[in-house]
Design a protein around this ligand. Structure first.
Ligand SMILES: Cc1cc2nc3c(=O)[nH]c(=O)nc-3n(C[C@H](O)[C@H](O)[C@H](O)COP(=O)(O)OP(=O)(O)OC[C@H]3O[C@@H](n4cnc5c(N)ncnc54)[C@H](O)[C@@H]3O)c2cc1C
Length: 432
């Protein structure tokens, strides 16, 4: 079970939550680790919506993977896009033509958004998974206000000032709440010809309620809090088409220049190259030790895995940070057990609950048997999120940014970056 210098070679694909916590968990193990990621940074996805709504800057929630693992001597970080994993030959193939052989391979490549077969919707309704997505959404949101400011036609102006968020899960709820606050507080006094507070924010949910994974009373509370921020929450409103400038949903045509997609997920396409059984979202149906059938040396973790062996649950474990973190820690222990020639114990997820933020001072919490909402839930949310940021600089910067915006109602990252001229031309062409 060795390669190269005599130590077993562990190849980790993905420096997200699962991959990073696994690498850290193996810091004292007698293994050689290669962590491969297509990006050079670890991203704290739960705060992406704050970059998308100008509350935080990208560097506040992203940290170079090399910097995080700088002191860990048994890890080498490689920036590469992995195209394929071949469990039969124990080889990882990157798109740059390079390949790596392994003793253990861990696929922790997360998920992307899914448009349920309508990939043509993506250019009109970006989702939030990467820094680039958040910057694109921020650009579109802020540009919509700029264009409305100089638009004489009231019909077009209304279109620019209509923001549609699709999907009433935690990301959609957070995004709709943050846009509503941005227009009500931060932008309210910045314009001369429009009143940003008159902008419409719509949250469309296909199912009967928002936050379906939460108890019904918290869904109801979240809806009430969103309404108090001026968000128009529409349940049972299935989106049937998205085109440039329009959303069609439940027989209703909504003119809008800015749509955010928060409705579906699909596992990273790398998982399909393993030849293992998959669920409908393309996740690997893993064994109780998070490996794929017939390959105890090949693990799939986090959002890329469908773990169905938790006795107290029906269906797979949710795609959340705690699941990914715990799977990373478990896999480090499983590899260490192998090296010590001890049996592996099955993975078991310890569910600490769930939190969703709605706006400044408003959140809902479902923690063990306790369901609560409002300022206390928001405070718990803030503490937990700060605690899980990976380094001290990020924690400090986020605290300062939040403190400033909380006191001043003024998020500081309201910059429009990227190809604004090109966007403006394209956008003008798309408008009715
Ligand atoms: C907007 C948003 C808000 C969220 N909010 C919450 C929340 O409040 N609470 C919560 O618990 N969870 C939340 N989540 C979910 C949580 O972020 C994920 O469950 C978690 O990040 C999954 O971790 P992971 O390690 O499986 O994958 P990720 O963290 O997604 O990491 C995957 C890594 O793999 C890399 N990668 C992908 N493909 C390749 C490839 N082919 N080659 C090389 N590298 C590759 C990526 O660059 C990335 O670094 C949120 C997610 C999003 C998108």
């Amino acid at each position: 079970m060795t390669s190269g210098d005599g130590r077993p070679h562990v190849v980790i694909i993905g420096g997200g939550f699962a991959g990073l916590y696994l690498a850290k968990g193996l810091r004292r193990a007698p293994v050689r680790i290669t962590l491969v990621d297509r990006r050079n940074h670890h991203l704290f996805q739960p705060m992406l919506y704050q970059v998308a709504t100008a509350a935080l800057s990208p560097q506040d929630i992203a940290t170079p993977i090399r910097a995080i693992l700088r002191r860990q001597r048994n890890v080498e970080v490689q920036m590469a896009d992995v195209a394929r994993v071949d469990p039969a030959t124990r080889t990882v193939h990157a798109t740059n033509g390079q390949s790596l052989t392994y003793d253990y391979c861990v696929i922790a490549t997360g998920a992307r958004h899914s448009y349920f077969g309508r990939d043509d919707w993506e250019p009109h309704a970006p989702g939030l998974k990467a820094i680039e997505d958040a910057l694109e959404v921020r650009r579109r949101v802020l540009l919509a206000f700029e264009k409305a400011e100089r638009e004489p036609d009231p019909v077009k102006r209304h279109q620019y000032l209509t923001f549609v968020v699709i999907g009433g899960g935690p990301t959609g709820v957070e995004m709709a709440g943050a846009i509503a606050e941005l227009r009500r507080y931060a932008l309210a006094r910045d314009f001369r010809h429009i009143d940003p507070r008159e902008a419409t924010v719509l949250l469309l949910e296909g199912g009967p309620r928002i936050l379906t994974s939460y108890p019904e009373e918290l869904s109801t509370r979240a809806k009430a809090d969103l309404r108090s921020l001026g968000v128009d929450v529409r349940e049972n409103t299935l989106v049937t088409n998205i085109t440039a400038g329009w959303v069609e949903a439940a027989g209703w045509t909504i003119p809008t220049a800015t749509v955010v997609w928060a409705a579906g997920n699909q596992a990273s396409p790398l998982v399909a190259t393993l030849g293992a059984p998959l669920d409908r979202q393309g996740r690997a149906l893993v064994e109780p030790d998070c490996t794929i059938p017939g390959h105890p040396e090949c693990f799939v973790l986090g959002d890329a895995a469908a773990f169905m062996h938790q006795a107290d649950r029906t269906g797979p474990l949710p795609g959340t940070c705690p699941v990914a973190i715990q799977m990373g820690g478990y896999t480090a222990r499983a590899i260490a057990a192998d090296l010590a020639k001890k049996p592996r114990t099955p993975f078991r997820y310890w569910d600490k609950g769930q939190l969703a933020v709605i706006g400044r001072g408003h959140a809902v919490a479902d923690i063990w048997r306790f369901h609560f909402a409002g300022f206390l839930a928001w405070w718990v949310w803030a503490v937990v999120h700060i605690a899980f940021l990976v380094n001290f600089r990020n924690r400090l910067m986020v605290l300062i940014e939040w403190g400033w915006s909380y006191v001043r109602y003024a998020p500081g990252a309201r910059l429009i970056t990227g190809e604004t001229g090109e966007f403006a031309a394209r956008h003008a062409h798309r408008s009715p």
